[in-house]
Design a protein around this ligand. Structure first.
Ligand SMILES: [Zn+2]
Length: 295
């Protein structure tokens, strides 16, 4: 365990917020960043990700399994396609890196839609996933400045990943170097300033140290992007209060009604996304997405 300073403003004094799983979550009074302090070391995290996270004993919802074995596959695929929809407003095709690609489900959906995909994952879980990691060009291990070529990606995505990182600002800055000049970095995380987080307090289900080490709000995520040397193009807060209808598992593509639902589900995305954004602002939604690029 290592006592750290605030990653955004360098402050060394923080106020206690919650204690969860014997980890202390604190808030920096000067910039508002919430994080685990002291932080577990790299070795402790490696052990956690090897034995707990990937095995899914504690976090089965997020566990790494070959995607075809997961529960609610159609529902999960649908949310990956919603994510692709967010990108399409900026970029239609090109080279895409999914940073923290997990079971490669997002990569498989992106590949289906014509993207040239690569992935990155902290640990290499082996087994069935090894084949997938080859297929989707996944690099694992510690991220280094030469893990990927500079100026080589049109899009880099981080879906619910930044909150797991020990050095979020440093990683953002490194990822920025892999982006093409007009490339897009998409950072999606949960909002500790959301109505739900406030209401649930210490029982909020996103407070999961040592898995989640940082807890951002729209303000602190914006600061992290700027501190990493990137430009912030847009920041959205969306609300899960407006649920996205998903096709029932196993029924996708079967029957005229289902085909109609699939088509409308996909093409109504811009409208649904607009509603979720509006609701997110009004109700202080739980999801934040930042769109960043090179300066
Ligand atoms: Zn601070």
């Amino acid at each position: 365990m290592e006592k750290i300073r605030c990653a955004l403003c360098g402050g060394s004094v923080q106020s206690p917020l919650y204690t969860i799983n014997n980890y202390h979550i604190v808030k920096c009074p000067s910039c508002g960043l919430c994080f685990v302090n002291p932080q577990p070391g790299e070795d402790e995290l490696k052990k956690f990700y090897d034995t707990e996270f990937y095995s899914g004993r504690h976090f089965s919802k997020y566990a790494l399994k070959p995607y075809w074995e997961g529960d609610n596959l159609e529902k999960r695929k649908y949310s990956q396609r919603m994510r692709l929809g967010k990108i399409k407003a900026w970029k239609k095709k090109g080279r895409l890196l999914d940073f923290g690609c997990g079971d490669c489900l997002f990569l498989s959906c992106a590949k289906e839609e014509g993207w040239d995909v690569s992935g990155y994952e902290f640990a290499s879980p082996g087994g069935e996933l090894e084949k997938l990691y080859k297929e989707y060009h996944v690099v694992s291990g510690s991220l280094a400045p030469d893990s990927f070529s500079a100026d080589s990606f049109d899009v880099i995505t981080m879906w619910a990943v930044i909150e797991h990182l020990r050095d979020p600002v440093g990683i953002l800055s490194t990822l920025g170097k892999f982006l093409k000049k007009d490339g897009l970095l998409v950072i999606y995380t949960v909002n500790i300033e959301s109505k739900r987080a406030k209401k649930d307090g210490p029982a909020w289900d996103m407070l999961t140290p040592p898995s989640h080490l940082y807890y951002f709000s729209d303000t602190t995520l914006k600061k992290a992007v700027l501190k990493s040397g990137l430009a912030l193009k847009r920041l959205e807060i969306t609300s899960e209060l407006i649920s996205i209808k998903t096709p029932k598992e196993g029924t996708r593509g079967s029957g005229a009604v289902q085909v109609f639902k699939n088509i409308t589900g996909r093409y109504l995305f811009p409208l649904k996304h607009f509603i979720r954004k509006a609701a997110g602002r009004i109700f202080k939604g739980t999801e934040i997405t930042a769109y960043a690029g090179k300066n």
